[in-house]
Ligand binder design. Structure first.
Ligand SMILES: *[C@@H]1O[C@H](CO)[C@@H](O)[C@H](O)[C@H]1NC(C)=O
Ligand SMILES: *[C@@H]1O[C@H](CO)[C@@H](O)[C@H](O)[C@H]1NC(C)=O
Length: 230
């Protein structure tokens, strides 16, 4: 009697195993129907992802049109003009030259990149976690994809928001050549706070800090030079 049951159970498990295997094979061979075929003739601006497996890029507006709209907005123009004033001051104190190679870290949508280009700096690179082409390309500020000493100047207007400030500082310093400068702008602060920030940059010497206005708010501008020897 018991042997009978045993044999029956064996049969059941064999059948279940076979069915499960067949289902797996079937699922494996099946193309999920929820995926949109790559060249489906759908108007681009009406196109929304139907499922998570739709990995094709989605442009609701062609990039040049989108940029034209953004760059003609009032806030954009005001912010670029504020950055322009800011960089012209650096031009006057001799920190910035036309031939300077400038890196903007955490450049957002690229206001500062545009401002620098406008005042005649030819070699400007903007990076941010999310790209905004053509002004800003994608890169991790904590792991910059540039060789040591690639730039004359590194600028960041978002140093205070860095998740790992010392790593952020290390990367900014690494990508600037010896004798070059890094430049950060933070909410207006006193000399103790400036000292704390400067301490994170281990290979530089403070050139100076001062309070200036940027985009309508008071900020402290910190300029330091990368030492020729460590
Ligand atoms: C730097 O570029 C600006 C704008 O193109 C130009 O007016 C200025 O003469 C240039 N300065 C030098 C020193 O070449
Ligand atoms: C800059 O502004 C901060 C905050 O208002 C102030 O504490 C500090 O003394 C100012 N620094 C200078 C150099 O004026």
């Amino acid at each position: 009697m018991e042997r009978h049951i045993q044999r029956f159970l064996n049969k059941v498990s064999f059948v279940s195993f076979t069915i499960a295997t067949l289902i797996l094979v079937f699922l494996f061979l099946q193309t999920p129907e929820t995926c949109i075929p790559p060249n489906a003739p759908i108007k681009p601006h009406l196109r929304f992802p139907k499922s998570t497996c739709d990995s094709s890029p989605r442009h609701y507006l062609p990039l040049p049109k989108k940029n034209a709209r953004l760059w003609s907005s009032k806030t954009w123009i005001n912010q670029v003009s504020s950055f322009t004033q800011f960089f012209i001051q650096l031009y006057h104190i001799g920190i910035l030259k036309n031939h300077s190679k400038v890196l903007c870290v955490s450049a957002g949508a690229g206001h500062e990149v545009m401002a620098l280009s406008k005042i005649g700096i030819e070699d400007v690179t903007g990076v941010e976690l999310i790209e905004s082409l053509p002004l800003v390309s994608r890169a991790d500020p904590l792991n910059l994809p540039f060789f040591d000493g690639s730039f004359d100047i590194a600028f960041s207007g978002h140093f205070a928001e860095a998740l790992y400030p010392s790593r952020y500082a290390e990367e900014m310093e690494r990508t600037v050549r010896k004798g070059g400068v890094y430049l950060v702008v933070v909410d207006a602060c006193g000399s103790e706070e400036v000292k704390e920030i400067v301490r994170l940059f281990k290979r530089s010497t403070l050139v100076g800090s001062s309070n200036v206005t940027m985009n309508g708010r008071r900020v402290t501008r910190i300029i330091s030079r990368i030492r020729a020897s460590n």
